[in-house]
Ligand binder design. Structure first.
Ligand SMILES: Cc1cc2nc3c(=O)[nH]c(=O)nc-3n(C[C@H](O)[C@H](O)[C@H](O)COP(=O)(O)OP(=O)(O)OC[C@H]3O[C@@H](n4cnc5c(N)ncnc54)[C@H](O)[C@@H]3O)c2cc1C
Ligand SMILES: *[C@@H]1O[C@H](CO)[C@@H](O)[C@H](O)[C@H]1NC(C)=O
Ligand SMILES: *[C@@H]1O[C@H](CO)[C@@H](O)[C@H](O)[C@H]1NC(C)=O
Ligand SMILES: *[C@@H]1O[C@H](CO)[C@@H](O)[C@H](O)[C@H]1NC(C)=O
Ligand SMILES: *[C@@H]1O[C@H](CO)[C@@H](O)[C@H](O)[C@H]1NC(C)=O
Ligand SMILES: *[C@@H]1O[C@H](CO)[C@@H](O)[C@H](O)[C@H]1NC(C)=O
Ligand SMILES: *[C@@H]1O[C@H](CO)[C@@H](O)[C@H](O)[C@H]1NC(C)=O
Ligand SMILES: *[C@@H]1O[C@H](CO)[C@@H](O)[C@H](O)[C@H]1NC(C)=O
Ligand SMILES: *[C@@H]1O[C@H](CO)[C@@H](O)[C@H](O)[C@H]1NC(C)=O
Ligand SMILES: *[C@@H]1O[C@H](CO)[C@@H](O)[C@H](O)[C@H]1NC(C)=O
Length: 534
């Protein structure tokens, strides 16, 4: 007879195989909450012996999940398991093989999964849209990967001011749902990005100058805590936790539903201008002048890219205007430059996100890195020059597609970030306009990892050193663009870092989301990977 007590006893010996032992809430408390969730805990006492493959907590958990939730669990012997591991955006995440995959159908299932992971001391990861790039961010080797994909409900409140969307949705599904009402929400710019990762890390949208980032437009989070309790978190119910969830990442619980503030939204003037390298300096000028003027036109958004492809440097201006205004004057400096290609036209939001999806194919090796600087022309120029100098070192790498992407975090955005009690990111309008660095590289061959990661690390270090030397540095690191070599949460500033740690201590006293969910950016001064690529 393999009782729960026996299972737990086995774990004390074997837990070190997978993670440092977690001091969890008592077994009795966990079992009580599981029972309250409707889980038949007597099934955990089984006469059959668990699979002998490896006697660790995760194989026992896998065995329990198959018994308790046969239709919601996938283990490696089953068809569908390999398909699932292929469902990530980056190859690095696809290479990770979990012990089991669990697909909750509702928040109670999510609660049960967390409790069972605690009971068996099995590390877990949580996947929404699966677009985080580095390995272990939303998939876990040998552990339990919880896929929120079936939490895909979407509804609109009677007064149409709030759209409620399950955390397993991708943005285009929400946009498609709202479009017939002439409404939208603040979310991702590429169709298949998940609500979960984008919103818990911040979330820059085409409409962020007018409304702030995605996290600033969540009126309520439905959240599963480490205790298994499911709570509604908003500014009046749990103001401290509400603040922490606005940028604090995966550290406080699993969000099962986002209630998002809607706004009236029709079609956009949107598209790209592609410039040959001879026009790169003019593109720098146009982008710099845009940054100065951005706040004067909150409907505008610009993503400025420098790319290297087939031995050529290109500059690409992605321009979006949150209205069907043809050729708005704010973009005149971009449209005045001779473009090799111009795709600007009026499009619906779902069409715009589908267009961006095309330039972001799945399944390649991917890495992105970030930094934040004061918005000056010398800083922009230094970023472009450093990118051009460094990227050619991997010129011959197969499928190599490096991009330097610059955006402005305008004072309009940071002003919007202060609403409803503010967010955790530590940015303020008094910082002035900021230059946000997004280095985004794709390649095909694992053999090129070291060289390419070194190039990314070198560009990042050099631009940061230059900024520091010239008084242009801002320590903020944007979680959604950060690499595994960057410590994101401390970059929110000491006050916010400490406040986040105390919110975590209050709502997750046993630190389940720190110890048992080790992937991605933790409440730690250490980066997820402390070995900077040499
Ligand atoms: C092609 C592409 C386009 C992008 N465009 C934008 C953009 O327009 N704006 C922008 O700001 N960013 C953008 N990003 C960055 C993007 O926001 C991050 O990659 C983000 O993490 C993706 O969210 P996801 O749910 O798809 O990722 P996932 O990999 O599923 O999740 C990322 C992290 O969030 C955690 N998480 C996910 N869901 C939850 C939840 N419900 N509760 C708690 N934790 C959760 C996961 O555990 C994981 O650690 C883009 C990225 C890519 C690859
Ligand atoms: C729980 O499982 C046990 C063992 O299979 C079974 O005898 C019992 O009827 C189940 N209880 C409920 C409420 O389904
Ligand atoms: C499991 O079995 C043991 C021993 O038979 C028993 O003491 C324990 O209460 C059972 N636990 C559950 C959750 O049924
Ligand atoms: C796996 O994916 C392939 C191709 O997308 C599909 O044909 C097949 O039905 C999938 N299998 C399962 C079990 O989902
Ligand atoms: C805020 O949370 C409380 C309970 O935690 C809930 O009753 C209330 O409806 C929530 N408010 C919003 C706006 O969702
Ligand atoms: C949006 O476009 C409509 C017509 O297409 C125009 O009347 C309106 O003034 C525009 N609003 C802004 C803010 O540009
Ligand atoms: C365009 O650039 C000029 C400088 O060349 C600048 O004075 C002007 O403000 C810019 N216009 C916009 C809308 O950015
Ligand atoms: C790329 O390959 C070409 C041709 O083989 C070679 O001349 C060049 O030096 C290589 N460049 C790099 C950076 O390795
Ligand atoms: C960085 O910008 C590029 C180009 O706009 C985009 O394709 C990529 O998704 C961005 N990276 C992230 C992490 O958003
Ligand atoms: C951390 O990064 C280094 C390269 O800098 C790499 O060799 C190592 O495998 C990475 N560690 C993990 C655990 O991914």
């Amino acid at each position: 007879m393999m009782g729960v007590a026996n299972l737990v006893a086995t774990l004390v010996v074997t837990a070190s195989l997978v993670t440092e032992a977690v001091v969890a809430q008592s077994t009795a408390d966990i079992l009580n909450q599981l029972q309250a969730n409707g889980v038949n805990i007597t099934l955990l006492n089984s006469t059959s012996t668990p699979t002998p493959r490896s006697q660790n907590g995760c194989s026992l958990l896998s065995y329990a999940l198959v018994k308790l939730f046969p239709t919601k669990t996938l283990i490696s012997s089953e068809s569908g398991f390999a398909n699932w591991t292929e469902s990530f955006w980056s190859q690095q995440q696809e290479e990770v093989t979990p012990q089991s995959i669990f697909k909750p159908a509702n928040p109670i299932d999510v609660s049960s999964a967390v409790l069972l992971a605690e009971l068996f001391s099995c590390p877990f990861a949580v996947k929404s849209g699966g677009h985080a790039a580095f390995s272990g961010a939303s998939n876990i080797q040998g552990g339990l990967s919880i896929d929120l994909g079936a939490l895909d409900s979407i509804s609109l409140s009677k007064d149409q001011t709030v759209a409620s969307a399950g955390a397993g949705n991708v943005w285009v599904d929400v946009y498609d749902y709202l479009e017939p009402y002439g409404l939208s929400v603040i979310g991702g710019r590429v169709s298949t990005i998940g609500l979960g990762g984008l919103t818990t890390g911040g979330g820059i949208s085409f409409f962020s100058q007018e409304y702030g980032w995605a996290c600033d437009n969540v009126v309520n989070y439905e959240l599963v805590l480490a205790s298994g309790l499911i709570i509604d978190v908003n500014q009046s119910s749990y103001p401290d936790l509400y603040w922490a969830l606005r940028g604090g990442g995966n550290n406080f619980g699993i969000v099962t539903r986002f209630d998002l503030s809607t706004h009236v939204q029709g079609s956009l003037w949107s598209g790209s201008l592609i410039y040959l390298s001879t026009y790169s300096d003019q593109a720098i000028d146009a982008f710099y002048n845009y940054g100065i003027n951005a706040a004067s036109d909150p409907k505008s958004a610009v993503i400025m890219n420098w790319a290297y492809t087939q031995g050529q440097f290109l500059a690409v201006a992605d321009l979006e205007y949150a209205n069907a205004t043809i050729n708005p004057p704010i973009f005149q400096n971009f449209t005045a430059i001779s473009a090799y290609e111009n795709t600007l036209e009026v499009r619906t939001l779902p069409e715009v996100t589908a267009m961006f999806q095309e330039s972001n194919p799945d399944g390649l090796r991917e890495s992105y890195w970030t930094a934040t600087f004061a918005f000056t022309k010398e800083m922009i120029t230094y970023c472009v020059e450093t990118f051009e100098t460094e990227v050619v070192r991997a010129a011959n790498a197969t499928g190599y597609l490096p991009a330097l992407v610059l955006q402005v975090i305008s004072t309009d955005m940071t002003t919007q970030m202060q609403k409803n009690g503010g967010n955790a990111l530590g940015l303020s309008p008094s910082d002035g306009n900021l230059l946000l660095l997004n280095l985004s590289f794709m390649w095909e061959d694992i053999a090129d990892d070291n060289l390419i990661l070194n190039i990314l690390g070198t560009i990042t270090s050099k631009t940061i050193a230059y900024a520091k030397a010239n008084g242009l540095y801002n320590e903020y690191l944007y979680m959604n663009y950060a690499s595994q070599y960057q410590a994101v949460i401390p970059s929110y500033g000491t006050t916010n870092f400490n406040k986040l740690k105390s919110v975590s201590a209050k709502y997750d006293p046993f630190q389940v989301f720190q110890k048992l969910q080790p992937g991605y950016f933790k409440l730690s001064t250490a980066a997820p990977n402390t070995t900077y690529p040499a």
